[in-house]
Design a protein around this ligand. Structure first.
Ligand code: NAP
Length: 298
């Protein structure tokens, strides 16, 4: 059997970014608002600084307005909530992204609840979580959906076409990845099995799957002999390991070299799901701006 076809998330994300840039230009050319994304970072965590900077930079590259709020680590919850209330009321801002994790003295659930659900481009507000949890087959996604899961569903639909009737095993049940992935696959008419750390016979369940999505944060956990020949394997995991000469490199939650000769489709790490997350954030911001202008989503 031939090796799995690699799903090139980097190339797909470039295409999605072009679509978003085109959508922004069309919206502005027809008198619509310039989509605005506000990013809020509390504290000076170096990794978070890099993420926030890259999001703001990409928003500007795609023709959006980018508003960067850097707050001191000692910022109180009340001060952060006051800023969010101000941004909620600002018509120039369509998306509000609060970079997580927040310092320990701030209750993340209060903050996520404070963001206007229409501007919640991360899809974390309980109202949007509930909308996704109750979505029916094929219904339009006319509310923000978490970015990484949205990217996973886009890659799968692009690679496989219709997902209807396929058996998907989702490994991991986090609110960030596993659960929303499962909801999106249900909407696409997959038969979905959600698994987690207490699941019995995970290898046996995976062997029945047409699609395996793994998001657990354990390097090379899913093995080649767990995979049904021809199945699609989407590896969301990001694990940093020390390689030769003290250098670090990224590996996924799936044993890439073992799965490659068995699967039909496989996402590499890096270059698979990773680049989709920020591209989907831009997509969500454009959609939020269209909705704010009373236009249909694209
Ligand atoms: P998380 O919140 O730590 O959740 C991990 C999930 O994995 C939990 O549901 C846990 O089960 C399950 N799990 C742990 N060990 C397991 C095992 N032995 N068998 C089966 N399930 C097991 O992690 P997350 O935020 O979802 O992230 C998961 C991975 O995706 C991480 O590597 C993260 O870096 C990566 N990630 C990548 C992107 C991207 O852009 N590509 C975005 C987000 C996350 P329990 O619920 O039973 O504890």
């Amino acid at each position: 059997m031939a090796d799995a076809k690699l799903i090139d998330g980097r190339a797909f994300a470039v295409g999605l970014r072009h679509r978003v840039a085109k959508g922004v230009a069309e919206l502005v050319a027809t008198g619509g608002p310039k989509p605005g994304l506000a990013t809020i970072l509390v504290g000076a965590d170096p990794a978070s600084q890099v993420y926030v900077r890259s999001k703001g930079k990409l928003a500007a590259e795609l023709g959006m307005a980018s508003f960067d709020y850097r707050l001191a680590a000692e910022t109180t919850e009340a001060e952060l909530l006051a800023l969010i209330a101000k941004l909620n009321g600002d018509p120039a801002i369509n998306g509000i992204l609060v970079q997580l994790p927040l310092p320990k003295h701030i209750d993340t659930s209060h903050v996520l609840l404070a963001v206007d659900p229409a501007k919640d481009v991360d899809g974390f507000h309980p109202i949007n979580v509930g909308r996704l949890g109750s979505i029916v087959s094929g219904a339009p996604l006319d509310f923000p959906v978490p970015c990484t899961p949205l990217g996973v569903s886009m890659l799968l639909q692009d690679a496989l076409g219709s997902l209807s009737g396929r058996h998907a095993v989702v490994i991991g049940r986090s609110n960030l990845v596993g659960r929303p992935v499962a909801q999106l696959l249900l909407r696409a008419d997959c038969t979905v099995t959600i698994t987690h750390s207490r699941t019995r016979d995970l290898p046996g369940l995976c062997r029945q799957a047409d699609i395996v999505v793994v998001a657990i944060g354990k390097r090379e956990f899913v093995r080649g002999d767990w995979i049904k020949p021809g199945a699609a394997v989407i590896d969301v995991g990001i694990n940093r390991i020390v390689a030769a000469a003290g250098r670090t490199r990224l590996v996924g939650d799936a044993a890439f070299a073992e799965i490659l000769p068995v699967a039909g489709y496989l996402t590499p790490v890096p270059g698979g799901v990773g680049p989709m997350t920020v591209a989907c954030l831009m997509f969500n911001t454009l959609q939020a701006a269209r909705r704010a202008a009373g236009l249909k989503v694209v």
